[in-house]
Design a protein around this ligand. Structure first.
Ligand code: IMP
Length: 449
């Protein structure tokens, strides 16, 4: 039987990726798309990501488990490219169960996903403190401003290999203990070098705790690569949920102020074991303005009353860390670049309602340094230094738009703003967010409902 015969009405396998520095409101769009797909797949990142979904008035904040878990008939897969903190994962499973969410065979976790251990979190904090103390590099020193969830050190171990641990190791207590002995010894030496005086991790204790986590996760652990290929053969449609966002991509973001995984759609093949050609459609999520948390360049940042207003109206405080987000005008040089590398077929423009009431709006369409102008993004923090945004100014709108029912019913100036985004980025906007609720998303006619 061919795939087409298995399911002639299959929706295209689709990826949802953030096109800015995160927090673009992906959760709501993923939720909307989940209803149209059978299998929801995470391919990168870890508990540094966070998204909130509101379903039937209930608010769920998820970090590792795809929000598809809230639908009983969806299969949720945590792919091999993710770094899993088993303690956080078990807490998330338990807290969902307490609220009546069934979690069984519908959650599959790759045996090859790497583990985040408690010492990774300690290392993350210790490196950040060490780097922050380097003077002459601005207020935060050389720190990245990480979420301190141990993401960077866990991926560093993955690359270093000999001290890494994977989810599958949780099911082999002997292997777990041997690996941990080596890893803990190395860790103790590194922490001493960083001036950390805390007692070194105890490998026996850790091995026991983690073996117990393994027992609890055992029903969910498997080789997800085969599972995903089987799903495709059976004609099921896949939704790839990118965590973090494209400007934080380790290879293509504002390095070194990035996270440690490929969060753009380019991470999908490696993070799932599926050839890239299977990603048939990419929906890029962008907010109607820009935000960023942590350090790093942000050419359109607004350190003024308008930035403050956007932060308050947009409730721009981190889901994972509660940190206030830096806010600024929409940077379309950046979005055009990430839409290009991700191969975005459609855009979702979220949080448009936050901009209501501003007299005028600015969008950045190029960068200028002295006499030089460029329309190209510079994905390197130091290269980007010294470039100033070139703005276009558009008229704002006064009306609140939360009740809008379609794009045509938006105020004329809001439509102008969206039209201009499409022109500059060269990709159609098919979804528009006008409020936090599931129902406050305006969909293009092609979406059918
Ligand atoms: P890490 O991922 O914790 O190592 O943090 C690296 C950088 O990525 C920091 O600037 C974080 O604030 C940022 N970051 C990581 N995940 C997210 C996210 O989901 N949304 C926004 N920023 C993020």
């Amino acid at each position: 039987m061919t795939v087409e015969e298995a399911n002639p009405n299959r929706r295209p396998h689709t990826a949802v990726v953030g096109l800015q520095w995160g927090d673009e409101g992906k959760g709501k769009i993923v939720d909307l798309l989940t209803a149209r797909h059978d299998v929801i797949v995470r391919y990168n990142g870890g508990a540094n990501a966070g998204h909130t979904v509101i379903v039937e008035g209930e608010r769920y904040a998820l970090h590792l488990i795809p929000s598809g878990i809230l639908y009983p008939d969806k299969l949720c897969v945590v792919g091999n490219g993710v770094v899993v903190d088993p303690e956080t994962l078990i807490e998330e499973i338990e807290s969902l169960r307490r609220r009546g969410v069934e979690i069984g065979q519908n959650l599959r976790i790759s045996n090859r996903a790497h583990l985040v251990l408690p010492y990774h979190k300690e290392q993350d904090a210790a490196y950040e403190e060490f780097l922050a103390a380097r003077t002459g590099l601005g207020e935060a020193g050389a720190a990245i401003g990480t979420t301190r969830r141990g993401i960077g050190p866990a991926y560093a171990d993955k690359v270093r290999r000999s001290t890494a641990l994977r989810v599958g190791d949780l099911l082999h207590p002997r292997r777990l203990r041997d690996r941990l002995e080596l890893a803990c010894r190395l860790r103790a030496a590194e922490m001493t070098a960083l001036g950390v005086t805390a007692p070194p991790p105890d490998p026996i204790d850790l091995a026991d705790r983690f073996a117990a986590f393994g027992e609890r996760l055992r029903p969910h652990i498997e080789d997800t690569v085969y599972r995903l290929h089987d799903c495709m053969r059976e004609g099921r449609s896949l939704l790839f949920e990118g965590a973090n966002a494209s400007l934080l991509d380790i290879d293509h973001g504002t390095y070194p102020y990035v996270t440690s995984s490929n969060c753009s759609s380019l991470g999908i093949p490696a993070g799932t074991g599926l050839p890239g050609r299977h990603v048939e459609r990419v929906v890029g999520i962008m907010k109607a303005y820009s935000t960023r948390v942590g350090g790093g360049p942000f050419p359109t940042e607004l350190d003024d009353e308008i930035g403050h207003r956007i932060r308050e109206r947009g409730r721009e405080y981190g889901t994972t860390t509660g940190r206030p987000r830096r806010c600024g005008w929409l940077d379309l040089v950046a979005v055009r670049y990430t839409a290009m590398i991700c191969g975005a077929d459609a855009l979702a423009c979220t949080l448009l309602d936050v901009l209501s009431g501003l007299d005028e709006l600015r969008i950045c369409t190029a960068y200028r340094r002295g006499d030089e102008t460029t329309e190209r993004f510079l994905p390197d923090a130091e290269d980007l230094e010294g470039w100033a945004p070139v703005y276009e100014t558009l008229p704002g709108w006064d009306e609140e738009i939360e009740e809008a029912s379609d794009r045509a019913s938006l105020p004329q100036n809001a439509r102008r703003y969206l039209d201009r985004i499409e022109e500059v980025v060269g990709v159609p906007i098919e979804l528009i967010g006008v409020g936090p609720d599931r129902t406050q998303t305006l969909t293009a006619a092609a979406w059918g409902d």
